[in-house]
Write a protein that binds this ligand. Structure first.
Ligand SMILES: C[S@@+](CC[C@H](N)C(=O)[O-])C[C@H]1O[C@@H](n2cnc3c(N)ncnc32)[C@H](O)[C@@H]1O
Ligand code: SF4
Ligand code: SF4
Length: 335
C-alpha cells in the first residue's frame, strides 16, 4: 500500500476544463444547481503552460463541467496538443456545432467528438436538458456526418453519449435508430452519478439511477444492444463494459473503487487551475474542498501530483473507507 500511495510517473491523461461556462442547464448536471467555481475560460497560454509540464501526455480530454465550444481558442488548443501527437477528444452538447465550427474542428485534427444526447426526441430532450435545441443538434450532426463522408475523413470520429437514468431510458431504442440514420457508428450509455452525502438535485438523485433496475429496464437495454448489433452500431458503456453489465451492481466486491487507476494516471484540471482526482468527483460529493488536491496556477503540476494531498488521497483510496467522492464508484455506478 505504501508503494501505491505515490505515483511513479507524471499523468499520461489530462482532463482540462477549457471553460466552465455553459449554454444549457441540464437537469443532471452540477450547472443546474449552480457550478462549483465562478465562470472562467482557460487561455491558450495556460494550455501551453500545463502541457509543457506533462512530458508523458498521451491523451487530452478537453471538457470538464461546461461547454467546450464556447471557448473560442479551442481549435488552437487542439492543434497545439496534436502537434505533440496527443490523442485529443471532448464532449459537447452540439448546439454550437455549426458549419464554421465543424470546419475548424476538422482542421485542428481533433481525434474524437463525443456528442451528449440524452434523448431521441424534442420532448425527451426538453425534459432532461430543458432545451428546445434538439432539432438544431440533429441537423448539426447530420451535416457534420455528411461533410466527413464527402471528404472521406475518418477524424474526428463522431460518437453519441446517452446519460441513462429512469427518466429517459425509454428513449434509448430510438437513439440507436437515430444514430444509424445519421451514420454515427458508436453509441455509449453513461452512468448517472449523484451526491451520496446529500439528497441531490434535478435528475441527479439516487432514485433515478439504473443500478440494479427492474426486469423491464434490463430487457429494454438488452433489446437496444441487439438492435445496435443488427444495425452494425457499436453500443458500449462508460467503464468499457456492455450497457447491460454497466447497470448491474457489483455486490460481490466490497471495495471496487480500489481497482480505479485514475489517481495514478489521470489529472483533472478545472478552469481555475484546481486539480481534482477525476471527472466523477465533482458529481459524487457535496464536499468540494475535499476533492481539490492542489492548484496548477499556484504551484507546478509535479508539485501537486507528487504532493502530500495527492499522496494522502491515494493512500485513503486504497482502503475500505475511501475519500468521500469515491464511495459510490463500482457500487452505485460502474467504474
Ligand atoms: C458535464 S458535461 C460537459 C461537456 C458538454 N457540456 C456536454 O454536455 O457534453 C460532460 C458529460 O457529463 C455528463 N453528465 C452530466 N450530468 C451527469 C451526471 N449527473 N452523472 C454523470 N454524467 C453526467 C454529460 O452527459 C456529458 O456527457
Ligand atoms: S451536461 Fe454539459 S451541456 Fe449540460 S449543463 Fe452540464 S456542462 Fe452544460
Ligand atoms: S471518484 Fe471514482 S473514478 Fe474518481 S478517483 Fe475515486 S474511485 Fe476513481
Amino acid at each position: 500500500m505504501a508503494v501505491r500511495s505515490q505515483a511513479a510517473n507524471l499523468p499520461n491523461c489530462l482532463y482540462l476544463e477549457t471553460t466552465n461556462r455553459c449554454n444549457l442547464r441540464c437537469r443532471t448536471c452540477i450547472v443546474y444547481r449552480g457550478g462549483w467555481e465562478p465562470e472562467r475560460d482557460i487561455s491558450l497560454e495556460e494550455v501551453r503552460l500545463i502541457s509543457e509540464q506533462l512530458p508523458e501526455l498521451e491523451r487530452a480530454v478537453l471538457h470538464g463541467i461546461g461547454e467546450p465550444l464556447l471557448n473560442q481558442d479551442l481549435p488552437a488548443m487542439i492543434r497545439h496538443l496534436k502537434d505533440r501527437e496527443v490523442t485529443v477528444l471532448f464532449n459537447t452538447n452540439g448546439i454550437l456545432l455549426n458549419d464554421k465550427r465543424q470546419a475548424e474542428l476538422i482542421d485542428s485534427n481533433l481525434d474524437e467528438l463525443r456528442v451528449s444526447l440524452d434523448a431521441a426526441s424534442p420532448d425527451g430532450y426538453k425534459a432532461i436538458r430543458d432545451s428546445d435545441k434538439f432539432d438544431l443538434i440533429i441537423n448539426n450532426l447530420q451535416t457534420f456526418a455528411k461533410r466527413l463522408e464527402s471528404k472521406k475523413l475518418s477524424k474526428p470520429k463522431l460518437t453519441l453519449w446517452f446519460l441513462g437514468n429512469k427518466e429517459n431510458i425509454t428513449e434509448l431504442p430510438k437513439l440507436i435508430d437515430l444514430a444509424a440514420a445519421i451514420g454515427i457508428g458508436e453509441v455509449y450509455m453513461q452512468r448517472l452519478v449523484y451526491f451520496l452525502d446529500n439528497e441531490g438535485f434535478g435528475v441527479a438523485r439516487s432514485q433515478n439511477t439504473l443500478t440494479n433496475p427492474d426486469v423491464a429496464i434490463y430487457e429494454l437495454i438488452e433489446q437496444s444492444q441487439e438492435q445496435a448489433r443488427q444495425l452494425g452500431i457499436l453500443f458500449g458503456a462508460s467503464g468499457l463494459t456492455a450497457p447491460v453489465d454497466s447497470v448491474r451492481g457489483k455486490n460481490g466486491n466490497r471495495a471496487p473503487w480500489k481497482g480505479c487507476i485514475r489517481p495514478w494516471e489521470v489529472i483533472y484540471i478545472t478552469a481555475h487551475g484546481n486539480v481534482l482526482p477525476c471527472c466523477i468527483s465533482p458529481f459524487s460529493t457535496m464536499d468540494y474542498p475535499s476533492i481539490i488536491l492542489g492548484n496548477v496556477f499556484e504551484s507546478t503540476v509535479a508539485d501537486v501530483w507528487f504532493g502530500d494531498k495527492y499522496r494522502d488521497f491515494r493512500k485513503l483510496h486504497q482502503t475500505s473507507t475511501p475519500p468521500k467522492c469515491c464511495r459510490g464508484c463500482g457500487i452505485c455506478w460502474s467504474l
